[in-house]
Ligand binder design. Structure first.
Ligand SMILES: [Zn+2]
Length: 479
């Protein structure tokens, strides 16, 4: 059904970052956005997610060109209740700078997070790519963190490293896995993760606790989280991040030129490249675009499931640490925690209606219908929701802003994403551990380049979120 759309597009001002303008749509129901989000040439950030607003409406954020805005304005000229706004990012302070040089001095000076510093302390810049490597090396040198070199080099030749800490040398004792930097433009993701790990290790060493804004943790909680065994992969997409940091272009994908050699045709969306319903044309209803087959799309899915080195490296971590039970992928910018599934609405009644059953091919991915809903055992559904709720409660308790937890599918399905892949492994590969997968989208909607103030608030928010996510996961169980 074609939803006949929209009208008065309120274009209140102009701020240009690259060619893309941060905007939001507003409408009385999330369903008003359905036709817009089905257009895979529009950029909705990590995922198209409609959030409820305080006045009882719904908001959908996007990054659009002037041309796209003009097109939508014409197309939806007769629907007054759907409006488009680009006011809320106007007159923002300058975005946080990218670090120059190496604040960690070739891995000799350990990063110090905000949770172990006096209230009001700040970090002045976002780490550059070399600094992320240097920070990890400094954690190795200072705290005995161990790194593992991942098997595949990136398209531009970068060697990728994950690290692990807290549960000794036996890799089967590691139950928490966090990754960041999948989407290049989502600035501050790797910093959030590295500074949190640094806090845990500093507090563990000194016998102290951690404080993030109005939220505090005891040393016993720090020790509990560390002993769960943490694996972290802080920069999944180094080629993309290097490009974004040098170009300021809101670059999202990696930099693989196999499918296109110039402009937006370069690169694959790593977060649509994982082996979960990857071949979406086969598995999803034809009206849905959970990813894109077009190389110039921001959600281009690649040339095969796990065609990209970054994806293969990410997957290799599960093989190296076979008892990972909880996974968190760190993204921005929406202000939410997303939990499984992301391909369709959840259901816990019909186990045969699941992503592996070919009789549902071509039927998946239409939220709100009864033709297909993705199966999740009810115990799993309860566990993942409860942990998500505790995570957002901690992020709110910091005192900076509000976050919401919701099922990943929301308004719009996705295929090939890290969180669904994590959870799907248990059913897809006999004998592997069940992994609960989450996506955290820190920060303000479509605000990929935070100001310095926002960058620091994001560190506080996410780090409290990681603490309660880990503590809640431990309470549910690590085995
Ligand atoms: Zn993202």
């Amino acid at each position: 059904m074609k939803y006949s759309l929209v009208s008065s597009l309120i274009l209140q001002s102009t701020i240009v970052l690259g060619d893309l303008l941060p905007v939001h749509f507003k409408a009385p129901t999330a369903a008003h956005f359905r036709e817009i989000v089905r257009n895979d040439s529009y950029d909705f950030g990590c995922r198209a997610v409609a959030h409820p607003t305080e006045d009882g409406q719904f908001k959908l954020h996007a990054l659009l060109t002037e041309e796209q805005i003009s097109h939508l304005k014409r197309e939806y000229a007769n629907v007054p209740e759907l409006t488009i706004h680009k006011a809320d990012l106007v007159k923002r302070a300058a975005t946080a700078p990218i670090g120059t040089g190496d604040r960690f001095k070739s891995g000799t000076i350990a990063p110090v997070g905000l949770g172990t510093q006096a209230s009001g302390s700040t970090i002045s810049s976002i780490m550059n790519v070399a600094e992320i490597t240097s920070a990890v090396n400094a954690l190795v040198k200072t705290y005995g963190v161990t790194t593992i070199t991942l098997p595949y080099k990136t398209f531009n030749g970068a060697t990728q490293v994950a690290a692990y800490v807290g549960a000794g040398t036996d890799k089967s004792k590691y139950h928490l896995y966090l990754s960041a930097g999948v989407h290049a433009r989502e600035r501050g993701g790797p910093d959030n993760l590295i500074y949190w790990i640094s806090d845990l290790l500093a507090a563990n060493k000194s016998g102290s606790g951690l404080t993030y804004g109005k939220k505090s943790y005891t040393n016993a909680q720090v020790k509990s989280v560390l002993s769960a065994g943490i694996v972290f992969f802080p920069l999944v997409n180094p080629d993309g991040v290097a490009y974004d940091q040098s170009s300021g272009s809101f670059w999202r994908k990696n930099r693989n030129t196999k499918s296109g050699s110039s402009g937006s045709a370069i690169g694959v969306d790593i977060n649509r490249n994982f082996d979960f319903l990857w071949n979406f044309r086969k598995y999803f209803d034809s009206s849905e675009s959970p990813a894109s087959t077009s190389p110039s799309s921001e959600t281009f899915y690649g040339t095969a499931a796990a065609s990209e080195s970054e994806t293969k490296n990410h997957v290799s971590v599960y093989d190296s640490f076979p008892k990972i039970r909880w996974f968190m992928d760190i993204h921005s910018a929406a202000g939410d925690i997303l939990y499984s599934w992301g391909d369709d609405d959840d259901q816990s009644t019909t186990s045969t209606m699941n992503f592996l059953n070919p009789s549902y091919d071509g039927k998946r991915g239409v939220p709100g219908d009864s033709v297909y809903k993705e199966y999740i055992p009810s115990t799993d559904a309860t566990n993942i929701k409860n942990v998500a709720a505790k995570t957002v409660a901690a992020m709110k308790a910091v005192g900076g802003r509000s976050y919401v937890s919701q099922q990943a599918v929301g308004l719009y399905p996705t295929s090939g994403a890290t969180d669904d892949y994590a959870f799907s492994r248990f059913w897809q590969k006999p004998g592997v551990n069940k992994v609960y997968g989450y996506t955290m989208e820190f920060g303000y909607s479509a605000n990929f380049y935070p100001t310095a103030t926002e960058f620091n608030q994001n560190i506080l928010d996410t780090n409290a979120g990681f603490m309660d996510w880990a503590l809640a996961a431990i309470a549910v169980g690590l085995e």
